[in-house]
Design a protein around this ligand. Structure first.
Ligand SMILES: Cc1cc2nc3c(=O)[nH]c(=O)nc-3n(C[C@H](O)[C@H](O)[C@H](O)COP(=O)(O)O)c2cc1C
Length: 361
């Protein structure tokens, strides 16, 4: 039986799993000598990017895969099950850890803490065959990995992200989210995205901070002073051009229920850890995927009709560009490339904040 200290060490590593906007939608319980429960939640009620909780469900998968990888470092084989009857809004994952003689340490183990999002432009150095091969096989046989690498493909993605970003920056409902998730003036943040990791220069950051005190300031800047241009150039256009490749992760089966999204999160984390192990940095660029989820479900993202029209347009163009037409599922969209490590990053809540006494429901 593993001791409690070992379980705590595994959870301490697993905390480093990524989540949209660093929301960390999980709490942990140690439920037995070789058992953990992960209590998931989602942020759909106040974060519009968490469409039907899917982004949180991807993060749950990333966390569960990180627990599995971390456990191999302690000779433990982890397996998990979704607790029957737990609701999609509060799924409980029961994790068993079995001592397994001669269990090899997962080669991704050393990269759990090194994996980090890189939002700044990277070098456009092409992927090596070995890197492409490692990334293509990382998520396993249930997923296809599409690469968009040529200069012309990167330009097409850049154009799409440029228009996509206009929606992000002019949508009043998104403004509320951005206001909540950025920790201004910070280089590190335990529960949000620190200002310096957002990816804009210090002057633009100051302007954003000033503008974000009220929607009327943002709206004024956008309408009369080309306010969307500097963030769009720095956060979307340049990063989209300056990378080695854009990557689309496509499940071979449909994404229908909670488990499908959690499994896709496992695949996403394997891809991201493999990128790190291959010496690459990665940035998810999930908003076109999320806008497409809204469009496919026929749901409005905003009370502003103009935003709705633009969301449908971006979703349709994303389908054409990605070659994923006819509603075929897309789990994750990101870019990868070579760069030095970001100087600023999100940290995590302390393990003590994430641990709960076990409850028996
Ligand atoms: C499902 C999911 C969606 C994400 N979407 C985006 C995104 O669209 N753009 C972005 O810059 N980062 C995105 N991220 C990255 C998170 O913001 C990041 O992982 C989190 O803030 C923790 O930072 P770290 O990865 O550097 O540890 C996403 C992460 C996850 C798991």
């Amino acid at each position: 039986m593993p001791d409690r200290e070992t379980l705590l060490k595994i959870l301490d590593l697993a905390r480093w799993a990524p989540s949209g906007d660093n929301t960390q939608p999980w709490r942990f319980e140690i439920t037995g000598a070789d058992e953990l429960a992960v209590r998931g939640f989602d942020t759909r009620d106040h974060i519009l990017y968490d469409f039907e909780g899917h982004a949180s469900h991807l993060a749950h998968g990333a966390l569960l895969e990180t627990i599995r990888v971390a456990a191999t470092g302690f000779g433990l084989q982890a397996s998990w099950n979704l607790r029957p009857g737990s609701p999609d809004t509060a799924p409980v994952y029961d994790v068993r850890l079995r001592e397994t003689p001669r269990l090899p340490v997962d080669p991704l183990f050393p990269y759990i803490e090194k994996r980090v999002v890189q939002r700044r432009p990277m070098r456009a150095t092409a992927l090596t065959d070995a890197q492409r091969q490692a990334l293509a096989s990382a998520p396993g046989p249930d997923y296809e990995v599409d690469f968009f690498e040529s200069a012309s493909e990167r330009r097409k993605v850049a154009r799409l992200l440029w228009d996509n970003a206009y929606i992000r920056l002019t949508c009043p409902e998104a403004f509320e989210v951005h206001r909540e998730i950025i920790e201004w003036g910070a280089r590190f943040s335990k529960d949000r995205i620190p200002e310096q990791a957002v990816g804009v220069d210090p002057l633009t950051a100051r302007l954003m901070k000033w503008a974000m005190r009220s929607w009327s300031r943002v709206d004024f800047l956008n309408r009369y002073l080309f306010g969307t241009i500097p963030p769009r150039v720095q956060l979307d256009l340049l990063p989209a051009l300056r990378c080695a490749a854009h990557i689309l992760l496509r499940p071979r089966g449909a994404l229908v229920n909670l488990s499908d999204y959690v499994n896709a999160g496992v695949a996403m984390q394997r891809l991201w850890l493999t990128a790190t192990a291959s010496g690459l940095h990665l940035q998810p660029q999930m908003t076109p995927v999320i806008f497409r989820w809204y469009a496919q479900a026929g749901k409005a993202m905003s009370a502003t009709p103009e935003i709705g029209r633009r969301v449908l347009d971006v979703a349709a163009r994303f389908e054409r560009l990605s070659g994923a037409p006819g509603g075929s599922p897309v789990a994750f969209f990101c870019r990868v490339g070579n760069s030095s490590a970001p100087v600023s990053r999100s940290l995590r809540r302390d393990l003590g904040d994430l641990l709960r006494a076990p409850s028996h429901d």
